[in-house]
Design a protein around this ligand. Structure first.
Ligand code: ZN
Length: 99
């Protein structure tokens, strides 16, 4: 637990309840109570992690579904937008790597 006025790393608006292990990667982040309840992760971070882990998005394990749904719901984004973002991120990564 932390004290003070740290802001949530996910919504970047509410006061963080504390610093916890991320549900998708071995890092710790500050989460507010709402983001914890909704199992949200920072959007770009989640996209990056999912894209890096799973080349076929149809094979994302059930474990990640509530995390993705919670993150998208809070942002009013759809699953197809999320997949588009994943594809875009992969394109950018391929360009950087010169593939
Ligand atoms: Zn939050």
């Amino acid at each position: 637990m932390i004290s003070g006025n740290k802001i949530c790393d996910v919504c970047e608006t509410r006061k963080a309840k504390g610093v916890y292990a991320s549900a998708v990667a071995p890092v710790t982040l500050a989460y507010c109570e709402t983001c914890l309840e909704q199992r949200r992760e920072p959007s770009e971070f989640l996209t990056y992690h999912i894209r890096g882990q799973f080349s076929n998005l149809n094979e994302i394990p059930l474990y990640y579904h509530p995390i993705i749904e919670g993150t998208l719901k809070a942002e009013n984004r759809t699953l197809s937008q999320f997949f588009e973002d994943c594809a875009e991120m992969a394109r950018k990564r391929a360009l950087r790597n010169g593939d």
